[in-house]
Design a protein around this ligand. Structure first.
Ligand SMILES: *[C@@H]1O[C@H](CO)[C@@H](O)[C@H](O)[C@H]1NC(C)=O
Ligand SMILES: *[C@@H]1O[C@H](CO)[C@@H](O)[C@H](O)[C@H]1NC(C)=O
Ligand SMILES: *[C@@H]1O[C@H](CO)[C@@H](O)[C@H](O)[C@H]1NC(C)=O
Ligand SMILES: *[C@@H]1O[C@H](CO)[C@@H](O)[C@H](O)[C@H]1NC(C)=O
Ligand SMILES: *[C@@H]1O[C@H](CO)[C@@H](O)[C@H](O)[C@H]1NC(C)=O
Ligand SMILES: *[C@@H]1O[C@H](CO)[C@@H](O)[C@H](O)[C@H]1NC(C)=O
Ligand SMILES: *[C@@H]1O[C@H](CO)[C@@H](O)[C@H](O)[C@H]1NC(C)=O
Length: 338
């Protein structure tokens, strides 16, 4: 339970992530949080790993057939991007005995853009059990760099968070990054878990067309607007470098508005989660979340946008990755050539 609530809080704080893609797409490096982690959290947790729900079925049921440390029923957007670029699925950077020549994933579930000291000094309650910030992830990258090819690149990510991301992006550019993809936030007011935890009796708190929570979506839009501005400035400052804004807001709102157009169930595929408990409109109970005894996945995860209340299904991740690779959700699309 604690973990789930933590996840939601992190989701609220910042669920942006960044990818760094080398010019010729011979390698791919990724930074971020649970939306992008391909297994670091399990490795870092060590002996506590079996306590994490994400290490239990039905996580992984759709693609891998078993839990892999990814928080979905299958692949994440970063996996679809790696496949589209002809690269192997990214190994978690903390894995032993791995070759990282074609890329590595530094993302960790619960990862934050700002560090723990910042939250402590600010008097914020700390929800993530893991002390891993974007700065730490960049540090791991630095440590790995000498063993990699010599032209890597990067990029990074409300004003301070955006500033941190932007500074991290700039660092990657200075290290030779030619294409840096930075994603914004999801519409947080559309996440099943948030709809339950921040639910309201007052109809005016909901957007009439989507049924999502107004305030949370507004927070996401504001973050994304500031992030886009910061990225445009970087694009202006570094000619010859592509800093791509990857929109995570528009695709999810589109799924919610017209689920059938994307193969999702029009009745409950948009806002109800696939794997949860309690039934009802949202099928989400924070104390009994996906992977806990008594929970089960829906029969067809591909008919749902939301997997476990917070994270997306493989089907949603696939649509998003396609939209980033070929358009219309990335500006410019990753596969477009300069
Ligand atoms: C990619 O790299 C290969 C080998 O280094 C080179 O032959 C090819 O021209 C490059 N392609 C592009 C599009 O830059
Ligand atoms: C990594 O490789 C070393 C040397 O080959 C070996 O001793 C070790 O057991 C391997 N570790 C894992 C986790 O496979
Ligand atoms: C944490 O963030 C604060 C404020 O942003 C910064 O001054 C400090 O150096 C950071 N600490 C570490 C360990 O990165
Ligand atoms: C978090 O990590 C930083 C360095 O990475 C360390 O200085 C700090 O003491 C750690 N904080 C906690 C609460 O573990
Ligand atoms: C990158 O360059 C450094 C120093 O120039 C060199 O030591 C290192 O071996 C190079 N790495 C690769 C993979 O070529
Ligand atoms: C959508 O889900 C509902 C409830 O699970 C189900 O009754 C209905 O048949 C589904 N619609 C389609 C088109 O699969
Ligand atoms: C969530 O599940 C717990 C444990 O089964 C139960 O006690 C609680 O009433 C449920 N909460 C809601 C809102 O249904």
């Amino acid at each position: 339970m604690r973990r789930r609530v933590q996840g939601l809080e992190i989701f609220l704080l910042l669920c942006s992530f960044c990818h760094s893609i080398q010019s010729n797409y011979t390698s791919l490096f990724s930074f971020g949080d649970s939306y992008t982690d391909t297994g670091n959290i399990v490795i870092i947790s060590g002996q506590a790993a079996p306590n994490l729900l994400l290490t239990k079925p039905p996580y992984g049921m759709t693609f891998f057939g078993h839990p892999t440390g990814r928080i979905s029923d299958g692949r994440l957007a970063i996996d679809f991007i790696a496949q589209a670029l002809g690269l192997p699925l990214l190994p978690p950077s903390q894995a032993a005995n791995q070759s990282f020549l074609q890329g590595a994933n530094f993302a960790v579930a619960g990862g934050t853009a700002l560090n723990r000291t910042f939250f402590q000094e600010n008097g914020d309650q700390i929800f993530t059990p893991y002390n891993v910030s974007l700065g730490d992830q960049l540090g791991w990258f630095d440590a790995m760099k000498p063993s990699l090819c010599n032209s890597t690149q990067v990029r990074s990510h409300t004003p301070r968070v955006v500033g941190m991301i932007s500074a991290a992006t700039e660092k990657l550019i200075k290290e030779g990054g030619k294409t840096v993809v930075v994603s914004g936030l999801t519409p947080m007011g559309c996440a099943t878990g948030n709809l339950v935890l921040f639910g309201s009796q007052n109809e005016v708190d909901y957007e009439p067309d989507t049924g999502c929570l107004k305030d949370l979506n507004s927070l996401s839009r504001d973050h994304n607007l500031q992030l886009r501005r910061a990225l445009m400035q970087l694009n202006g400052r570094y000619p010859g470098v592509r800093v791509i804004y990857a929109d995570l807001y528009t695709p999810i709102v589109n799924f919610v508005l017209t689920p059938e157009c994307y193969g999702f169930n029009g009745t409950d595929g948009a806002l109800r989660c696939c794997c949860g408990s309690g039934g009802g409109r949202y099928n989400f109970n924070a104390t009994v979340s996906c992977g806990s005894p008594g929970t089960s996945a829906c029969g067809d995860p591909s008919a749902y946008v939301n997997w476990d209340g917070i994270h997306l299904t493989e089907a949603a991740n696939h649509h998003i990755a396609d939209g980033w690779l070929k358009g219309p959700y990335a500006h410019p699309p990753i596969l477009s050539r300069v």
